[in-house]
Design a protein. Sequence first.
Length: 447
Amino acid sequence: MADRNHFDQDLRSRFEGFEPEPPAGVWLGIEKGLQAPAAAVMAPWVFRVAAAIAVLSVTAFSFWYFSTYNQDVRSLAGFLDTVPGIQPDVTISTDAEGTDASVGFSGGVQPSLMASLVTPEPEGLATDEPAVARPRTGALPALLQGAQGILESHSRPGMLAFVRTSLPEREDLSPRGFEAAGGDPGLFALSVFVAPQYNDRHLSGASSVPFSLLEQESMTTSYGVLGSFRLGKRLEVQSGVTYLNMAQLVNEVNALSHADRRQFYNPADVPVHPQSILTSLGSISLSDPTLYFEDTGAARVSIDDETKGFMDIEDPKLLSRMGLGLTQNFSFVEVPLILRYQLLDRRVGIQLKAGVAASFLMRNEVLLSGGSDADRVIGKTEGLREQYYSGIGGLVLSYPLSHRLRFFVEPTGQVFLNPVLQEELTAVQGKAYLYNFSLYSGISYRF
Protein backbone atom coordinates (compact mmCIF):
# COMPACT_ATOMS: atom_id res chain seq x y z
CA MET A 1 0.00 0.00 0.00
CA ALA A 2 2.89 2.27 0.83
CA ASP A 3 4.48 1.46 -2.56
CA ARG A 4 1.32 2.50 -4.33
CA ASN A 5 1.17 5.81 -2.51
CA HIS A 6 4.79 6.37 -3.32
CA PHE A 7 4.13 5.72 -7.00
CA ASP A 8 1.25 8.20 -7.04
CA GLN A 9 3.32 10.88 -5.37
CA ASP A 10 6.19 10.29 -7.78
CA LEU A 11 3.88 10.51 -10.81
CA ARG A 12 2.21 13.66 -9.51
CA SER A 13 5.57 15.32 -8.90
CA ARG A 14 6.76 14.49 -12.40
CA PHE A 15 3.66 15.99 -14.13
CA GLU A 16 3.21 18.97 -11.78
CA GLY A 17 3.13 22.19 -13.83
CA PHE A 18 2.71 20.33 -17.11
CA GLU A 19 0.47 22.17 -19.67
CA PRO A 20 -0.03 20.54 -23.08
CA GLU A 21 0.39 22.86 -26.05
CA PRO A 22 -2.15 22.07 -28.84
CA PRO A 23 -1.14 22.59 -32.47
CA ALA A 24 -1.97 25.94 -34.12
CA GLY A 25 -4.35 24.30 -36.58
CA VAL A 26 -6.60 23.18 -33.72
CA TRP A 27 -7.26 26.78 -32.60
CA LEU A 28 -8.01 27.87 -36.19
CA GLY A 29 -10.59 25.12 -36.51
CA ILE A 30 -12.23 26.11 -33.25
CA GLU A 31 -12.34 29.77 -34.31
CA LYS A 32 -13.99 28.91 -37.64
CA GLY A 33 -16.56 26.82 -35.86
CA LEU A 34 -17.48 29.65 -33.52
CA GLN A 35 -17.86 32.17 -36.37
CA ALA A 36 -21.12 30.84 -37.81
CA PRO A 37 -22.54 32.63 -40.86
CA ALA A 38 -24.95 35.45 -40.11
CA ALA A 39 -27.57 33.84 -42.33
CA ALA A 40 -27.40 30.62 -40.29
CA VAL A 41 -27.80 32.58 -37.05
CA MET A 42 -30.70 34.68 -38.37
CA ALA A 43 -32.53 31.89 -40.18
CA PRO A 44 -34.42 30.53 -37.13
CA TRP A 45 -35.55 34.05 -36.20
CA VAL A 46 -36.67 34.82 -39.75
CA PHE A 47 -38.88 31.73 -39.83
CA ARG A 48 -40.32 32.55 -36.40
CA VAL A 49 -41.14 36.15 -37.36
CA ALA A 50 -42.69 35.02 -40.66
CA ALA A 51 -44.84 32.46 -38.84
CA ALA A 52 -45.98 35.09 -36.31
CA ILE A 53 -46.90 37.54 -39.09
CA ALA A 54 -48.86 34.85 -40.94
CA VAL A 55 -50.81 33.91 -37.80
CA LEU A 56 -51.60 37.53 -37.00
CA SER A 57 -52.64 38.25 -40.62
CA VAL A 58 -55.02 35.28 -40.78
CA THR A 59 -56.49 36.15 -37.38
CA ALA A 60 -56.99 39.84 -38.28
CA PHE A 61 -58.54 39.00 -41.66
CA SER A 62 -60.92 36.49 -40.10
CA PHE A 63 -61.99 38.95 -37.41
CA TRP A 64 -62.50 41.72 -40.03
CA TYR A 65 -64.42 39.47 -42.40
CA PHE A 66 -66.93 38.11 -39.89
CA SER A 67 -67.34 41.41 -38.04
CA THR A 68 -67.95 43.44 -41.22
CA TYR A 69 -70.31 40.75 -42.57
CA ASN A 70 -72.48 40.87 -39.49
CA GLN A 71 -72.28 44.65 -39.35
CA ASP A 72 -73.43 44.92 -42.99
CA VAL A 73 -76.47 42.77 -42.25
CA ARG A 74 -77.31 44.67 -39.07
CA SER A 75 -76.99 48.11 -40.66
CA LEU A 76 -79.02 47.04 -43.71
CA ALA A 77 -81.68 45.54 -41.49
CA GLY A 78 -81.99 48.67 -39.39
CA PHE A 79 -82.24 50.82 -42.49
CA LEU A 80 -84.96 48.79 -44.17
CA ASP A 81 -87.01 48.61 -40.98
CA THR A 82 -87.23 52.41 -40.90
CA VAL A 83 -88.55 52.71 -44.47
CA PRO A 84 -92.35 52.40 -44.72
CA GLY A 85 -93.90 50.12 -47.30
CA ILE A 86 -91.13 47.49 -47.41
CA GLN A 87 -92.30 43.89 -47.63
CA PRO A 88 -89.21 41.67 -47.53
CA ASP A 89 -89.46 38.45 -49.42
CA VAL A 90 -86.82 35.89 -48.42
CA THR A 91 -86.00 32.80 -50.44
CA ILE A 92 -83.78 30.09 -48.97
CA SER A 93 -82.42 27.15 -50.92
CA THR A 94 -80.12 24.33 -49.86
CA ASP A 95 -77.36 22.51 -51.62
CA ALA A 96 -77.73 19.54 -53.94
CA GLU A 97 -77.58 16.98 -51.12
CA GLY A 98 -80.46 18.70 -49.38
CA THR A 99 -78.47 19.40 -46.24
CA ASP A 100 -79.59 22.17 -43.98
CA ALA A 101 -77.73 25.49 -44.05
CA SER A 102 -78.12 28.17 -41.46
CA VAL A 103 -78.08 31.90 -42.22
CA GLY A 104 -75.04 33.60 -40.80
CA PHE A 105 -76.78 36.53 -39.07
CA SER A 106 -75.42 38.05 -35.91
CA GLY A 107 -78.60 36.84 -34.24
CA GLY A 108 -77.47 33.26 -34.78
CA VAL A 109 -80.60 31.83 -36.43
CA GLN A 110 -80.45 28.01 -36.43
CA PRO A 111 -81.65 25.73 -39.25
CA SER A 112 -84.36 24.29 -37.01
CA LEU A 113 -85.69 27.75 -36.31
CA MET A 114 -85.70 28.63 -39.99
CA ALA A 115 -87.56 25.45 -40.82
CA SER A 116 -90.23 26.26 -38.25
CA LEU A 117 -90.67 29.75 -39.66
CA VAL A 118 -91.02 28.76 -43.31
CA THR A 119 -94.47 28.07 -44.71
CA PRO A 120 -95.37 26.79 -48.19
CA GLU A 121 -96.58 29.09 -50.93
CA PRO A 122 -100.37 29.64 -50.79
CA GLU A 123 -102.23 27.60 -53.31
CA GLY A 124 -103.90 29.19 -56.27
CA LEU A 125 -101.22 31.74 -56.99
CA ALA A 126 -100.13 31.35 -60.58
CA THR A 127 -96.65 32.75 -61.11
CA ASP A 128 -93.92 32.22 -63.62
CA GLU A 129 -91.38 31.52 -60.89
CA PRO A 130 -90.98 28.09 -59.32
CA ALA A 131 -92.68 27.59 -56.01
CA VAL A 132 -90.48 28.48 -53.08
CA ALA A 133 -90.83 28.39 -49.36
CA ARG A 134 -91.46 31.80 -47.80
CA PRO A 135 -91.19 32.80 -44.16
CA ARG A 136 -94.04 34.30 -42.20
CA THR A 137 -92.95 37.91 -41.95
CA GLY A 138 -94.62 38.59 -38.64
CA ALA A 139 -92.93 35.64 -36.96
CA LEU A 140 -89.39 36.45 -38.12
CA PRO A 141 -86.89 38.20 -35.89
CA ALA A 142 -86.33 41.87 -36.67
CA LEU A 143 -82.95 41.21 -38.22
CA LEU A 144 -84.44 38.75 -40.73
CA GLN A 145 -87.38 41.04 -41.52
CA GLY A 146 -85.05 43.84 -42.55
CA ALA A 147 -82.36 41.85 -44.37
CA GLN A 148 -81.86 42.66 -48.02
CA GLY A 149 -80.10 40.20 -50.17
CA ILE A 150 -78.22 38.39 -47.44
CA LEU A 151 -75.58 39.83 -49.76
CA GLU A 152 -74.66 37.39 -52.51
CA SER A 153 -70.98 38.09 -51.94
CA HIS A 154 -71.34 36.74 -48.36
CA SER A 155 -73.50 33.70 -49.17
CA ARG A 156 -72.04 30.43 -47.93
CA PRO A 157 -71.58 27.31 -50.11
CA GLY A 158 -74.68 25.24 -50.18
CA MET A 159 -76.99 28.11 -49.23
CA LEU A 160 -78.29 30.93 -51.46
CA ALA A 161 -80.73 33.52 -50.18
CA PHE A 162 -82.34 36.49 -51.89
CA VAL A 163 -84.53 39.28 -50.64
CA ARG A 164 -86.94 41.06 -52.98
CA THR A 165 -88.50 44.22 -51.61
CA SER A 166 -91.06 46.61 -52.95
CA LEU A 167 -89.17 49.83 -52.20
CA PRO A 168 -90.68 53.12 -53.35
CA GLU A 169 -88.66 54.82 -56.06
CA ARG A 170 -86.25 57.36 -54.67
CA GLU A 171 -83.80 59.73 -56.27
CA ASP A 172 -80.12 58.86 -56.05
CA LEU A 173 -78.33 61.98 -54.89
CA SER A 174 -74.82 60.67 -55.58
CA PRO A 175 -74.19 61.53 -59.24
CA ARG A 176 -71.55 59.70 -61.21
CA GLY A 177 -70.15 61.75 -64.05
CA PHE A 178 -72.91 63.25 -66.19
CA GLU A 179 -75.69 60.89 -65.11
CA ALA A 180 -77.45 59.98 -61.88
CA ALA A 181 -80.31 57.71 -60.92
CA GLY A 182 -82.47 60.78 -60.34
CA GLY A 183 -82.24 61.74 -64.01
CA ASP A 184 -79.93 63.40 -66.48
CA PRO A 185 -78.53 66.62 -64.95
CA GLY A 186 -78.55 68.35 -68.34
CA LEU A 187 -76.59 69.00 -71.51
CA PHE A 188 -75.14 72.38 -70.57
CA ALA A 189 -72.63 73.33 -67.87
CA LEU A 190 -71.30 76.67 -66.68
CA SER A 191 -67.88 76.88 -64.98
CA VAL A 192 -65.87 79.57 -63.21
CA PHE A 193 -62.20 79.08 -62.40
CA VAL A 194 -58.99 80.67 -61.17
CA ALA A 195 -55.64 79.43 -62.48
CA PRO A 196 -52.21 80.09 -60.94
CA GLN A 197 -49.68 79.60 -63.71
CA TYR A 198 -45.99 79.41 -64.54
CA ASN A 199 -44.89 81.52 -67.57
CA ASP A 200 -41.85 81.22 -69.80
CA ARG A 201 -40.87 81.62 -73.45
CA HIS A 202 -38.98 79.63 -76.06
CA LEU A 203 -36.33 81.48 -78.08
CA SER A 204 -35.61 80.69 -81.72
CA GLY A 205 -32.74 82.26 -83.61
CA ALA A 206 -29.32 83.59 -82.62
CA SER A 207 -28.84 86.84 -80.73
CA SER A 208 -25.82 88.82 -79.55
CA VAL A 209 -27.41 89.27 -76.11
CA PRO A 210 -27.59 86.23 -73.74
CA PHE A 211 -31.28 86.72 -72.96
CA SER A 212 -31.60 83.24 -71.43
CA LEU A 213 -29.15 84.27 -68.68
CA LEU A 214 -30.58 87.74 -68.07
CA GLU A 215 -34.32 86.98 -68.10
CA GLN A 216 -36.39 84.83 -65.79
CA GLU A 217 -39.75 83.05 -65.82
CA SER A 218 -42.55 84.34 -63.59
CA MET A 219 -45.78 83.34 -61.84
CA THR A 220 -49.15 84.94 -62.56
CA THR A 221 -52.85 84.19 -62.06
CA SER A 222 -55.61 83.95 -64.68
CA TYR A 223 -59.37 83.45 -64.37
CA GLY A 224 -62.41 83.03 -66.54
CA VAL A 225 -65.91 81.74 -67.28
CA LEU A 226 -66.49 78.70 -69.51
CA GLY A 227 -69.57 76.95 -70.85
CA SER A 228 -69.75 73.38 -72.15
CA PHE A 229 -72.22 71.33 -74.19
CA ARG A 230 -72.47 67.55 -74.28
CA LEU A 231 -72.01 66.02 -77.72
CA GLY A 232 -72.31 62.42 -76.52
CA LYS A 233 -71.98 60.19 -73.53
CA ARG A 234 -68.22 60.82 -73.25
CA LEU A 235 -67.59 63.87 -75.44
CA GLU A 236 -68.33 67.54 -74.83
CA VAL A 237 -67.22 70.86 -76.30
CA GLN A 238 -66.25 73.87 -74.20
CA SER A 239 -65.77 77.57 -74.85
CA GLY A 240 -65.98 80.87 -73.02
CA VAL A 241 -63.85 83.85 -72.03
CA THR A 242 -60.55 83.79 -70.11
CA TYR A 243 -58.56 86.74 -68.80
CA LEU A 244 -55.00 85.48 -69.31
CA ASN A 245 -52.05 87.12 -67.53
CA MET A 246 -48.44 86.42 -68.53
CA ALA A 247 -45.16 88.05 -67.49
CA GLN A 248 -41.38 87.92 -67.72
CA LEU A 249 -38.69 89.23 -65.36
CA VAL A 250 -35.76 91.26 -66.76
CA ASN A 251 -32.83 91.02 -64.35
CA GLU A 252 -29.75 93.20 -63.67
CA VAL A 253 -31.21 96.49 -64.83
CA ASN A 254 -30.87 99.32 -62.30
CA ALA A 255 -33.43 102.09 -62.03
CA LEU A 256 -31.81 105.26 -60.57
CA SER A 257 -33.19 108.66 -59.55
CA HIS A 258 -32.28 111.88 -57.81
CA ALA A 259 -32.83 111.96 -54.08
CA ASP A 260 -35.49 114.65 -54.51
CA ARG A 261 -37.01 112.83 -57.54
CA ARG A 262 -36.10 115.58 -60.02
CA GLN A 263 -36.72 114.98 -63.70
CA PHE A 264 -33.79 114.06 -65.94
CA TYR A 265 -35.37 115.80 -68.93
CA ASN A 266 -38.28 118.09 -69.70
CA PRO A 267 -41.23 116.12 -71.16
CA ALA A 268 -42.25 119.20 -73.10
CA ASP A 269 -38.98 119.07 -75.04
CA VAL A 270 -38.66 115.25 -75.20
CA PRO A 271 -42.02 113.44 -75.28
CA VAL A 272 -40.35 110.00 -75.10
CA HIS A 273 -37.66 108.88 -72.67
CA PRO A 274 -34.27 108.97 -74.47
CA GLN A 275 -33.38 105.53 -73.13
CA SER A 276 -34.80 102.15 -74.21
CA ILE A 277 -34.14 98.57 -73.05
CA LEU A 278 -33.84 95.54 -75.33
CA THR A 279 -35.45 92.22 -74.27
CA SER A 280 -36.26 88.90 -75.98
CA LEU A 281 -39.94 89.93 -76.11
CA GLY A 282 -39.34 93.35 -77.66
CA SER A 283 -37.87 96.76 -76.90
CA ILE A 284 -39.06 98.56 -73.77
CA SER A 285 -39.95 102.22 -74.25
CA LEU A 286 -39.79 104.20 -70.99
CA SER A 287 -42.14 106.94 -69.86
CA ASP A 288 -40.96 108.10 -66.43
CA PRO A 289 -38.70 111.19 -66.68
CA THR A 290 -37.51 110.78 -63.06
CA LEU A 291 -35.72 107.48 -63.74
CA TYR A 292 -32.36 106.72 -65.31
CA PHE A 293 -31.42 103.13 -66.22
CA GLU A 294 -28.12 101.28 -66.39
CA ASP A 295 -27.46 97.66 -67.38
CA THR A 296 -25.11 95.64 -65.14
CA GLY A 297 -25.33 92.40 -67.16
CA ALA A 298 -25.06 93.33 -70.87
CA ALA A 299 -25.49 96.17 -73.33
CA ARG A 300 -29.27 96.17 -73.33
CA VAL A 301 -29.84 99.83 -72.41
CA SER A 302 -29.44 102.22 -75.32
CA ILE A 303 -29.93 105.99 -75.62
CA ASP A 304 -31.16 108.02 -78.55
CA ASP A 305 -28.44 110.20 -80.04
CA GLU A 306 -30.83 113.03 -80.88
CA THR A 307 -32.31 113.41 -77.39
CA LYS A 308 -29.49 112.28 -75.10
CA GLY A 309 -28.34 115.89 -74.79
CA PHE A 310 -31.52 116.67 -72.90
CA MET A 311 -30.57 114.23 -70.14
CA ASP A 312 -29.31 116.12 -67.08
CA ILE A 313 -27.01 113.61 -65.33
CA GLU A 314 -24.02 114.91 -63.38
CA ASP A 315 -22.75 111.60 -61.99
CA PRO A 316 -24.78 108.34 -61.99
CA LYS A 317 -22.93 107.22 -58.86
CA LEU A 318 -24.63 109.96 -56.86
CA LEU A 319 -28.10 108.75 -57.79
CA SER A 320 -30.34 106.62 -55.58
CA ARG A 321 -31.34 103.14 -56.63
CA MET A 322 -35.11 102.80 -57.03
CA GLY A 323 -35.25 99.17 -58.08
CA LEU A 324 -33.25 96.32 -59.53
CA GLY A 325 -34.96 94.57 -62.43
CA LEU A 326 -38.08 95.03 -64.51
CA THR A 327 -41.24 93.03 -65.14
CA GLN A 328 -42.89 92.82 -68.55
CA ASN A 329 -46.57 92.17 -67.93
CA PHE A 330 -49.07 91.17 -70.64
CA SER A 331 -52.80 90.55 -70.35
CA PHE A 332 -55.00 88.89 -72.98
CA VAL A 333 -58.68 88.25 -73.48
CA GLU A 334 -58.80 84.67 -74.70
CA VAL A 335 -61.56 82.65 -76.38
CA PRO A 336 -60.83 78.91 -76.27
CA LEU A 337 -62.47 76.03 -78.14
CA ILE A 338 -61.80 72.77 -76.31
CA LEU A 339 -62.93 69.17 -76.69
CA ARG A 340 -63.13 67.07 -73.52
CA TYR A 341 -63.26 63.27 -73.53
CA GLN A 342 -64.44 61.26 -70.52
CA LEU A 343 -61.97 58.55 -69.43
CA LEU A 344 -63.44 57.63 -66.04
CA ASP A 345 -67.01 58.15 -64.86
CA ARG A 346 -66.90 57.27 -61.18
CA ARG A 347 -67.00 59.21 -57.94
CA VAL A 348 -63.94 61.08 -59.24
CA GLY A 349 -64.29 61.86 -62.95
CA ILE A 350 -61.27 61.99 -65.24
CA GLN A 351 -61.26 63.68 -68.66
CA LEU A 352 -58.72 64.58 -71.31
CA LYS A 353 -58.96 68.00 -72.92
CA ALA A 354 -57.39 69.48 -76.04
CA GLY A 355 -58.13 72.46 -78.24
CA VAL A 356 -57.06 75.87 -79.53
CA ALA A 357 -57.52 79.45 -78.38
CA ALA A 358 -57.46 82.94 -79.88
CA SER A 359 -55.86 85.57 -77.62
CA PHE A 360 -56.15 89.35 -77.99
CA LEU A 361 -53.63 91.66 -76.30
CA MET A 362 -55.37 93.99 -73.85
CA ARG A 363 -52.67 95.29 -71.48
CA ASN A 364 -48.97 95.88 -72.05
CA GLU A 365 -47.05 97.26 -69.06
CA VAL A 366 -43.49 97.37 -67.76
CA LEU A 367 -43.12 97.56 -63.98
CA LEU A 368 -40.27 97.98 -61.51
CA SER A 369 -39.56 94.61 -59.89
CA GLY A 370 -38.04 95.68 -56.58
CA GLY A 371 -37.19 98.58 -54.38
CA SER A 372 -39.32 101.31 -52.86
CA ASP A 373 -41.39 101.80 -56.02
CA ALA A 374 -42.04 98.14 -56.82
CA ASP A 375 -44.95 97.52 -59.22
CA ARG A 376 -44.72 101.05 -60.52
CA VAL A 377 -45.57 101.32 -64.25
CA ILE A 378 -42.64 102.89 -66.08
CA GLY A 379 -43.26 101.98 -69.73
CA LYS A 380 -44.38 99.32 -72.21
CA THR A 381 -42.97 96.78 -74.68
CA GLU A 382 -42.90 97.82 -78.33
CA GLY A 383 -43.41 95.67 -81.43
CA LEU A 384 -45.91 93.13 -79.99
CA ARG A 385 -48.61 91.46 -82.03
CA GLU A 386 -52.22 92.24 -81.22
CA GLN A 387 -53.61 88.73 -81.83
CA TYR A 388 -52.23 85.27 -81.06
CA TYR A 389 -53.23 81.63 -81.48
CA SER A 390 -52.30 78.86 -79.10
CA GLY A 391 -52.74 75.15 -78.49
CA ILE A 392 -54.16 73.89 -75.18
CA GLY A 393 -54.08 70.42 -73.61
CA GLY A 394 -54.42 68.89 -70.20
CA LEU A 395 -56.19 66.64 -67.71
CA VAL A 396 -59.48 67.24 -65.88
CA LEU A 397 -60.19 65.84 -62.41
CA SER A 398 -63.70 66.48 -61.05
CA TYR A 399 -65.58 65.59 -57.88
CA PRO A 400 -69.36 65.94 -57.37
CA LEU A 401 -70.52 68.21 -54.58
CA SER A 402 -74.20 67.60 -55.39
CA HIS A 403 -76.34 66.31 -58.24
CA ARG A 404 -75.47 69.31 -60.46
CA LEU A 405 -72.50 70.97 -58.79
CA ARG A 406 -68.93 69.74 -59.27
CA PHE A 407 -65.49 70.83 -58.13
CA PHE A 408 -62.70 70.45 -60.70
CA VAL A 409 -58.92 70.73 -60.96
CA GLU A 410 -57.30 70.88 -64.41
CA PRO A 411 -53.51 70.71 -64.92
CA THR A 412 -53.14 72.49 -68.28
CA GLY A 413 -50.39 73.39 -70.72
CA GLN A 414 -50.61 76.16 -73.35
CA VAL A 415 -48.19 77.05 -76.17
CA PHE A 416 -48.48 80.14 -78.39
CA LEU A 417 -48.25 79.17 -82.04
CA ASN A 418 -47.06 82.51 -83.43
CA PRO A 419 -44.11 84.58 -82.13
CA VAL A 420 -44.60 87.49 -79.78
CA LEU A 421 -43.03 90.13 -82.03
CA GLN A 422 -44.42 91.36 -85.29
CA GLU A 423 -43.06 89.69 -88.41
CA GLU A 424 -40.74 92.53 -89.49
CA LEU A 425 -38.98 92.52 -86.08
CA THR A 426 -38.38 88.78 -85.79
CA ALA A 427 -35.70 88.86 -88.50
CA VAL A 428 -33.61 91.20 -86.31
CA GLN A 429 -34.32 90.06 -82.73
CA GLY A 430 -35.26 86.44 -83.36
CA LYS A 431 -38.50 84.69 -82.45
CA ALA A 432 -39.89 84.18 -78.95
CA TYR A 433 -42.90 81.93 -78.28
CA LEU A 434 -44.78 82.22 -74.99
CA TYR A 435 -45.99 79.15 -73.09
CA ASN A 436 -47.40 78.45 -69.65
CA PHE A 437 -48.42 75.67 -67.28
CA SER A 438 -51.60 76.33 -65.30
CA LEU A 439 -53.66 74.67 -62.60
CA TYR A 440 -57.31 75.51 -63.26
CA SER A 441 -59.51 75.07 -60.20
CA GLY A 442 -63.16 76.02 -59.83
CA ILE A 443 -66.83 75.05 -59.74
CA SER A 444 -69.10 73.89 -62.55
CA TYR A 445 -72.91 73.78 -62.54
CA ARG A 446 -74.80 71.56 -64.99
CA PHE A 447 -78.37 72.38 -66.03
